[in-house]
Design a binder for this molecule. Structure first.
Ligand SMILES: *Cc1c(COP(=O)(O)O)cnc(C)c1O
Length: 456
């Protein structure tokens, strides 16, 4: 760590404070602390501008599935940028990488899903979802079916439609959201909200909130139900085993579209290509992004089921699209990402080796005095921090233990996120056994330090 790099960090922090408005950030707090400048990355590690190495337990923001530093993606972008850096997909045009990417994704998706609408992000994908489901029912001659049922504490992005579909109260409170026509039902968060119910009972109860809402509003008003297979940003909330089967039973009795938000679960996170395959769901629409390019370039999309495509095809022009829909460079990078995921067997590695090992190792943390529950599926994990294991009482105000633990993790070379008092992880799928051991060792060490501080 030379004084040269320190000067650079301070310089960058000053410029940052002066000019950079960050997403989801309290700027007064950031100004006081100074931003952490991440300079480079390789595999599962990041380096900050002071030369500190950090194990990235979040794969960026749930997206760097193949790990950092894959030159092949840089080469794919370089080649495509020289050949055709941009052209649009409006006006009956397309480009080779976008066409090939749509075909490659259709091959991986559930059998009845064979088309892809491209966007620039997951939020845009969910804006497309809102417009597409309403358009679908218009064409079907049922324009009254407009309302979308979503879930409290779900996350579907940060645009107006994305934040409205999401169920994050602090987001709704800033700017009169949700927009009309979106309603929210309780989430299947057993550890936090299950009370005296067994996990199985609570899963059924939460699923039946959907049925109750359909009856309350009337099926002729409901366009779709949207949900993440496993809530990510909400705190890696893994529904009880009874939940999805009951949702499927309810949907089978009603003419309502199912939108499964695969932005996190898609592209291998659960050990299957899609969370819908993990839970055996039959969605009509699947928003995707994040792992689609492993985050190397921004890109999203909506995988569209056959019955929606058939309706859209009957309906004439759908007045919707983005300048960067099917961007050739992003598509070339996504294709290369898919090639690597497939040819290197990374999804199989996640399912058969990394996930069982990760889940086994983090389960050991349940014996820690600070830990109320450890849960996980595939390459997703969560650790609930509590003061009292028996009553699930937390330390002080919500987020006290979580915020402290997160800061201690970063200071000790580990990125984990805190959602309230839930520590969450989502490492790159390529993480090795030795690196999982390192991850779990760091977590235990940081839990010790957190407990020490909390006890003072
Ligand atoms: C991240 C996320 C989004 C939003 O994606 P952006 O690319 O940030 O717009 C939507 N849905 C889910 C489930 C997500 O995790």
């Amino acid at each position: 760590m030379t004084s040269q790099t320190k000067a650079t960090t301070a310089e960058l922090q000053a410029l940052d404070a002066a000019h950079y408005l960050h997403p989801f950030t309290d700027h007064r707090q950031l100004g006081a602390r100074g931003t952490r400048v991440i300079e480079r990355a390789d595999g599962v590690y990041l380096w900050d501008s002071d030369g500190n190495r950090i194990l990235d337990g979040m794969a960026g923001l749930w997206c760097v599935n193949i790990g950092y530093g894959r030159i092949e993606l840089a080469d794919a972008a370089y080649r495509q940028m020289r050949e055709l850096p941009y052209y649009n997909s409006f006006f009956q045009c397309a480009n080779p990488p976008a066409i090939r990417l749509a075909a490659a994704i259709a091959e991986l998706a559930p059998e009845h899903m064979n088309h892809v609408f491209f966007t620039g992000s997951g939020s845009e994908a969910n804006d497309t979802v809102l417009r597409m489901v309403r358009r679908y029912w218009d064409i079907k001659g049922k324009p009254g079916k407009k309302t979308i049922i979503s879930r409290i504490n779900g996350y579907h992005g940060s645009t107006v439609a994305g934040a409205s579909l999401g169920g994050m109260a602090p987001m709704h409170a800033q700017g009169d959201l949700p927009i009309p026509g979106i309603v929210h039902i309780p989430q299947p968060y057993w550890y936090g909200e299950g009370g005296d119910m067994s996990e199985e009972e609570f899963g059924l109860w939460a699923a039946r909130q959907l049925e109750a809402k359909i009856h309350e509003l009337g099926e002729d008003k409901i366009a779709a139900f949207i949900a993440e297979p496993i809530q990510g940003a909400g705190g890696v909330i893994i529904p009880p085993a009874s939940y999805w089967p009951e949702i499927k039973r309810i949907l089978a009795q009603h003419d309502i579209l199912l939108v499964v938000d695969e932005v996190i679960c898609g592209f291998g996170r659960t050990g299957e290509w899609f969370g819908s395959q993990y839970y055996d769901l039959q969605p009509d629409l699947m928003p995707i992004a994040k792992g689609m390019t492993s985050g190397y370039l921004p890109m999203g999309g909506v995988i569209v089921g056959d019955r929606v495509v058939e309706a859209l095809s009957e309906g004439g022009e759908f007045f919707h699209g983005y300048t960067y829909s099917g961007h050739p460079v992003a598509a070339a990078v996504a294709l290369e990402n898919l090639r690597i995921l497939r040819e290197e067997g990374i999804v199989d590695y996640a399912r058969n080796e990394a996930a069982p090992y990760l889940q086994g190792r983090i389960a050991e943390l349940a014996d820690h005095p600070l830990v109320g529950e450890v849960r996980g599926v595939g390459m997703l994990g969560a650790i609930e921090l509590v003061k009292d294991k028996a009553t699930r009482e937390r330390f002080g105000e919500k987020g006290t233990a979580g915020g402290l633990c997160r800061d201690i993790c970063v200071a000790n070379g580990l990125v984990m996120r805190a959602v309230g008092d839930t520590m969450i992880m989502s490492p790159p799928l390529v993480i090795s056994r030795e690196q999982i051991d390192e991850l779990v060792g760091l977590i235990r060490h940081c839990l010790d330090l957190t407990l020490e501080k909390l006890r003072v």
